[in-house]
Design a protein. Structure first.
Length: 54
């Protein structure tokens, strides 16, 4: 079976994760997304400022 391209979900986990590990990973992902959101807000504000200055 060929698992390349868009349908591929990546390398399968070598072991089942514990509930604690799943929670830890989910919390880390949430934190990353929050940081990314703040970055995008700042970028948007800077872009608006540049447009107003023109």
């Amino acid at each position: 079976m060929d698992r390349r391209g868009k349908a591929s979900t990546g390398r399968p986990p070598s072991k089942e994760l514990s509930t604690e590990e799943k929670l830890r990973r989910a919390e880390a992902k949430i934190k990353l997304l929050e940081v990314e959101k703040e970055f995008l807000k700042k970028l948007d504000a800077l872009e608006r400022q540049v447009k107003r200055e023109r």
